[in-house]
Design a protein. Structure first.
Length: 259
């Protein structure tokens, strides 16, 4: 006896053909989620689940930004589906970072643009280190810590050790504010000076400190803060190569590199 295929199997094939011909531009939001769920839920009609996701989170972007535990609260979403949906926001971040690695960060504007792409959200504060090569191209970046930077303990050695591990003599540091204010606080200034002092002792140049908020970015270099902190540190630290460093070097543009 010939087995009857489920009615929705033809619908799935039509959706696949539609994607191959037109891409996601031809899909509504619920169809995007429905199509995605085909790859984690193979045998049932996932259209109602797609609608439940949109009803629960309010928009496609909110669904893709939702964490795994919240996704699993929706009827029909198991562990595999929650991981698959959650994966896409992370993939987008990694994709954007990989694309930007090939371009040099040769200005504070470029640095702010790159750093903004690092942050998955502004629900908590994150602290990143970006390693640059001699031509200011990104070697790698790393999330050092997340939480409330006024309370959590960041091991300063982790920053210099990460740079040394990647054979990096120049870094950009970046953290975010959860409020709309992106200007540095007194705590940010003190914290930055501590990092710069540690890095100078290891012959690592802190090119800039970028603060990102939901509505803007600020650059210590643009605010003329980074060089003044470096000069202050130079005057007080027992640097092993102090005689070879000219104080006037702290007056130059941070993003200029020697070809």
């Amino acid at each position: 006896m010939k087995e009857n295929k489920p009615l929705h199997s033809n619908h799935r094939q039509r959706m696949k053909n539609k994607f191959k011909k037109f891409g996601l531009d031809a899909f509504s939001d619920h169809e995007v989620l429905e199509f995605l769920l085909y790859f984690s839920i193979p045998r049932i009609d996932v259209n109602p689940i797609a609608h439940r996701l949109l009803d629960r989170f309010g928009s496609l972007s909110n669904v893709l930004d939702a964490d795994i535990s919240a996704l699993k609260e929706v009827d029909g979403i198991g562990d595999n589906s929650a991981i698959l949906v959650n994966l896409f926001a992370s993939l987008k971040t990694r994709y954007n970072l990989d694309k930007k690695k090939v371009l040099p960060i040769n200005s504070s504007s470029a640095a702010k643009n790159y750093c903004r792409s690092l942050y998955p959200d502004f629900n908590e504060e994150y602290f990143f280190v970006i390693c640059l090569n001699g031509k200011n191209k990104v070697i790698t970046s790393k999330l050092i810590k997340s939480g409330n930077l006024n309370r959590i303990d960041i091991n300063i050695r982790d920053i210099s050790e990460f740079a040394i591990k990647n054979n990096c003599g120049r870094i950009i540091i970046s953290h975010c504010h959860t409020t709309t204010n992106c200007l540095p606080s007194d705590e940010d200034l003190t914290f930055t000076r501590t990092i710069i002092c540690s890095c100078m002792l290891n012959d690592i140049d802190v090119v800039d400190h970028i603060i990102v908020s939901p509505e803007g970015e600020s650059s210590f270099a643009e605010l003329n803060l980074i060089n003044s902190i470096k000069l202050s540190a130079y005057k007080t630290l027992p640097l092993p190569n102090k005689d070879s460093i000219k104080p006037s070097s702290f007056e130059s543009e941070n993003y200029i590199v020697n070809n």
